[in-house]
Structures are given as C-alpha cells and as structure tokens.
Ligand binder design. Structure first.
Ligand SMILES: [Zn+2]
Length: 233
C-alpha cells in the first residue's frame, strides 16, 4: 500500500455502531435496502409465505421473497426503533443540552404568552430576532401595549421572550432582561406569581414594590444597568 493509499484509508471513517450516528447510519442502510427491494419488484415473490408462489416459482425466487420480507420488517420495525434510540442516545450523551431543553419546557407557559404578544407585534409592523438564547420583539403594538401597563416599561421579559418598545430600548435593557430569563428558567410557571407576591409584600411594608423586589435587585446587581426607567419584570 502506498502512502497515498494509506492516507486515503485512514480518512475513511465509518461511524461506530453504538453511537447516535451509528444507529442513524444503520437505519439509512436498512431504508435503502427496503426501497431497493421495492424497486426491484421483489414484493411479488413474497407470496411464498402464504404458499402462493408463482407456478413457475423457483427456490431462487423464494429467496428473493424472503429477502423482501426481511427488508420490509427492517424498515417498518427496526428503522423507527433505531431512530428513536439515536435521538435518545444523542440527548443522553449531551447532558448540557438536556438541561437546556428542560429549562425551556419549564418556562414554556410564559414563553408562549410572550410569543403571542410577539406575533401580534409582528402582525402590526413590529420585528423579531433571536439574541443570546432569547427571542426579542420590538415595535408594532408593543409601545401601545406598554403604555397601558401600570409602570410603562421600556422592556419586559416573558419566559424566553424579551419585548421592547424599540431596538435601542432592547440594547440598553438586554443584560438586565437576560437575568430575568434565567429567573424564569429557575422558577418556571411560578415566576410571575412569586414576583407579584414580593411586590405586594413590599407595597404593604411601604417599600418600593419595583426596585426593592429581590428579582429586580438581582437583575440590577448582575447587569451593568442602573435602576432607571422601569423594566418589568
Ligand atoms: Zn427587571
């Protein structure tokens, strides 16, 4: 074997069987085998199972029929199982990604509300974009909506959605709002009730229901933004 040949051989790497790519590769090979058997018309030889082999049938045709049946069951049974196994295996091998999926699901109720507002904003001339693991919307109906909220915020977080009056308002508030995104990931559906409960207790104690709120204090402490125009939560 020449050096060139050796290099070429070392470049060709087949996926190891017990990996997500290995499972997916086997699934693809089984699928191609089934489609090939179908295209070659081997299905008609599968009648040997019910004893209806063509009158001029030979053992060779019975073998083709058996191969077709094997390819068929490989396709309808093994391929789905292999693909599911590949998906689960891929998730298990990447715990960080599982953790991310988990926090997105946990915050999903508020994210869906944010997406609904975002879609209304988009339908009324607003824009959307993906920034730093969150989805931002601005413009459209958002300034109109914010003007009707008690504190008249410039930006607001709902789950993994950050809503802003303008792109500039989002740029200023982003670090602060991303702390709220992390809070939604920790508290999930309980975040807004917990936030409002804190504000209510502070209001009863005659303190600032916004700036003294522990969720806001964490957001202001963790970001470079100083308490200015309210961002809620
Ligand atoms: Zn805030």
């Amino acid at each position: 074997m020449t050096d060139t040949g050796k290099n070429r051989a070392s470049r060709i790497r087949f996926p190891r069987p017990l990996t997500p790519w290995g499972f997916a590769t086997i699934a693809v090979i089984l699928s191609l085998g089934y489609f090939a058997a179908e295209l070659l018309g081997w299905r008609e030889y599968a009648g040997f199972l019910s004893g209806t082999l063509p009158a001029d049938g030979s053992e060779f045709r019975a073998v083709l029929g058996a191969l077709y049946v094997a390819a068929y069951f490989g396709f309808v049974l093994a391929v789905p199982i292999l693909l599911i196994a590949a998906g689960l295996f891929a998730l298990l091998l990447q715990p960080a990604r599982i953790a991310k999926v988990h926090v997105w699901i946990w915050a999903l109720p508020w994210t869906l509300l944010g997406l609904l507002v975002g879609l209304i904003a988009m339908a009324t001339g607003g824009r959307g974009r993906s920034v730093a693991g969150a989805i931002e919307f601005y413009g459209g109906a958002i300034p109109w909506l914010f003007a009707r909220l008690p504190v008249g915020p410039s930006a607001m977080t709902l789950g993994h959605v950050i809503l802003g009056r303008t792109p500039a308002a989002l740029d200023v508030a982003r670090d602060h709002e991303l702390v709220h995104v992390r809070q939604y990931e920790r508290w999930g559906p309980l975040f807004v009730p917990a936030y409002l409960l804190c504000s209510a207790v502070l209001w009863i104690k005659r303190k600032d229901a916004y700036r003294d709120n522990p969720f806001e204090r964490e957001a202001f402490d963790s970001s470079s933004q100083r308490p200015g125009r309210p961002h809620c939560p």
